[in-house]
Design a protein around this ligand. Structure first.
Ligand SMILES: [Zn+2]
Length: 322
């Protein structure tokens, strides 16, 4: 279910009605904000066998197949993740996967009027894969529609960017997220808490509601962060080593730290009521330190998103600077 982003939804529905859909869209914005969900829901709406209004029916064979990721005309691609010796590694989308997708898109649709491809984390592609995809973007088929999704817009090559219609996603209002969560039968208390802690990202709010461990992890991340600000270099290096074992988790942890810094800054500016939680360690930092540390964390988070960099080294450099 899509929570928020009504303007984008209405724009796409209007484009579809006027038969003016672009052949490729680039959805960009923070992780877990709803980009992939919107692409999937829109794919359902386009291929729905029971179109009654602007929303997919969710009950027809097509809607159910897309939900189960088994629709013969809808292809979802994402970087592969694999755990090796306790280290979770993300592999870039390779040329083989893109060539296979291009081949599928070149064939006539199996049971619909359109073939739809959704490429998640499309910034994580090898150069060969990007060049191959460019050929499809340069000579689009009238019967295919491609959604490229990224939370790292800056990592998308200009040649790709210029061949897609780019749509930016921004935070969803807390009330809208609460209403969406309640609609999904989550209780008042957890809905309100998740909506507050997710910083405008409905996907994050849903994860919090479905997995209460995330709240415990948040507490743990907060403790670790408070400890880092006081600990010596040896302790910091040990933590960098631990974090480098699971990079997706490390990126998530850094996102949490950025929110802690935001809270600290708000508290220092006398706007503590807007903070997501209480964070005394950050409040003790002066504003210029908060900004410098935040920049360093953000920079490291960006580096961790690129699998060709040495993640452990990036984390160690960050630890030395904060
Ligand atoms: Zn349907």
């Amino acid at each position: 279910m899509l929570i928020g982003h009504k303007k984008i939804w209405d724009f796409l529905i209007k484009s579809a009605r006027q038969e003016r859909l672009a052949h490729a869209y680039l959805f960009f914005g923070p992780a877990e904000i709803g980009k992939k969900t919107l692409a999937l829901e829109f794919a359902k709406r386009l291929l729905c066998q029971n179109k009654k209004n602007d929303l997919p029916c969710q009950n027809c064979q097509s809607c159910r197949d897309i939900e189960k990721n088994s629709h013969p005309d809808v292809f979802a691609l994402a970087p592969r993740q694999e755990e090796k010796k306790g280290v979770l590694k993300t592999y870039e989308i390779g040329i083989g996967e893109i060539n296979s997708l291009r081949h599928q898109l070149s064939l006539s649709p199996y049971c619909s009027l359109l073939k739809i491809a959704i490429i998640d984390d499309s910034d994580k592609m090898t150069n060969e894969a990007v060049n191959s995809l460019l050929k499809t973007l340069e000579e689009p088929s009238a019967k295919s529609l491609i959604f490229l999704i990224t939370s790292r817009k800056q990592a998308i090559l200009p040649t790709i960017f210029s061949r897609c219609q780019a749509i930016g996603f921004s935070s969803v209002a807390q009330e809208e997220i609460i209403a969406g969560l309640k609609h999904l039968d989550f209780g008042d208390s957890i809905s309100a808490k998740a909506a507050k802690l997710c910083a405008g990202r409905p996907g994050r709010a849903l994860k919090i509601c479905r997995n209460r461990e995330i709240l415990e992890n948040r507490e743990r991340n907060f403790e670790i962060f408070s400890r880092i600000l006081k600990t010596d270099l040896v302790g910091k290096m040990e933590l960098a080593g631990e974090m480098s074992q699971n990079i997706p988790q490390a990126r998530e942890t850094l996102s949490e730290w950025l929110l802690f810094m935001r809270d600290g800054l708000l508290a220092n500016l006398g706007c503590g009521d807007l903070a997501l939680g209480k964070n005394e360690s950050c409040e003790k930092l002066i504003n210029s330190q908060v900004c410098a540390v935040s920049r360093q964390i953000q920079k490291t988070k960006n580096i961790l998103g690129n699998s060709s960099f040495d993640s452990k080294l990036a984390l160690e450099v960050m630890m030395m600077k904060i």
